[in-house]
Design a binder for this molecule. Structure first.
Ligand code: SF4
Length: 264
């Protein structure tokens, strides 16, 4: 797919075809009302499909397809292979194995410039296969995009709807960011018409500063809002100005660069 956050072609590897997630975000775009087509990740098949799509992109064949014809020339580049999916990718039990196989594939193809991006909710960083997988990413032009959607536990529970304690996410972000600079991805929205309060954003910024004060490194904060119809109809986009205002506070009050991605 063409990714607005990657500025190029991002090939997604779906590690959760069963659509199971340990979060139930009110803004999620995965349609869980329809049955999953497949339940298991077949490693060999994933690699085969990945090789096929990479070929389509690097030969330019992809851009002959109607769906991709309008992609501007400067974006016709393979930017990354992204591990995401219809759930949380790090819950996949052979996480380190798939990361390792894709890294091998990338090396074998001489695609060192192509990033490996993990899009994650940061709930599983403490698990051994995930620790190993992240270490493999570090050696293979990897980047970790960790979700942080709130500053307080109640707001986190409201938007991410999970039994996993907020502190688990915060501790994981801190420990992972001590080993490599992380990208934070923060989605803010209107819930029943209300944007996050100024106090919530103040608390969120404090969480970012806590990571920095604890010795963590952050390379970027992506501030974004819903761009496509989400799971719940009471969720709507922030205005561009509201997204800009949050990103401006992040820059001014933490010193970390922030990028904005607006609603549809
Ligand atoms: S973590 Fe991602 S996949 Fe899981 S519910 Fe939230 S948005 Fe959906």
């Amino acid at each position: 797919m063409l990714s607005r956050r990657s500025r190029g072609i991002s090939i997604g590897v779906n590690l959760n075809p069963d659509k199971v997630c340990n979060f139930d975000c009110i803004y999620c775009q995965v349609d869980r009302r329809s049955e999953a087509e497949t339940r298991f990740v077949e490693l060999d098949q994933v690699l085969e499909e990945l090789a096929h799509i990479v070929d389509l992109v690097v030969t330019g064949q992809l851009f002959e397809d109607d769906k991709f014809k309008s992609v501007p020339r400067e974006l016709r580049r393979l930017n990354d292979i992204a591990f995401s999916g219809d759930g949380e990718p790090t819950t996949y039990k052979n996480f380190d194995e798939i990361i390792s196989r894709v890294a091998q594939f990338k090396r074998a193809r001489g695609l060192d410039d192509v990033k490996m991006v993990l899009i994650t909710n940061a709930t599983m960083f403490h698990r051994p296969p995930v620790v190993r997988g992240l270490a493999i990413l570090d050696k293979n032009n990897g980047e970790v995009w960790a979700k942080l959607d709130a500053g307080t536990e109640p707001y986190y529970k409201l938007v991410d709807r999970t039994v996993i304690p907020f502190q688990r996410v915060l501790d994981n972000i801190l420990s992972a960011s001590k080993l490599r600079p992380l990208v934070l991805q923060s989605l803010f929205m209107r819930v029943n018409g209300d944007p996050p309060s100024a106090e919530e954003i103040t608390a969120y910024i404090k969480r970012i500063n806590d990571v920095l004060a604890g010795g963590g490194k952050l390379k970027l904060v992506q501030v974004y809002t819903v761009a496509r119809p989400p799971a719940e109809s009471f969720v709507t986009s922030l205005t561009d100005a509201e997204v800009d205002a949050i990103a401006a506070r992040v820059r001014a009050e933490t010193g970390v660069p922030a990028e904005c991605y607006y609603g549809g």
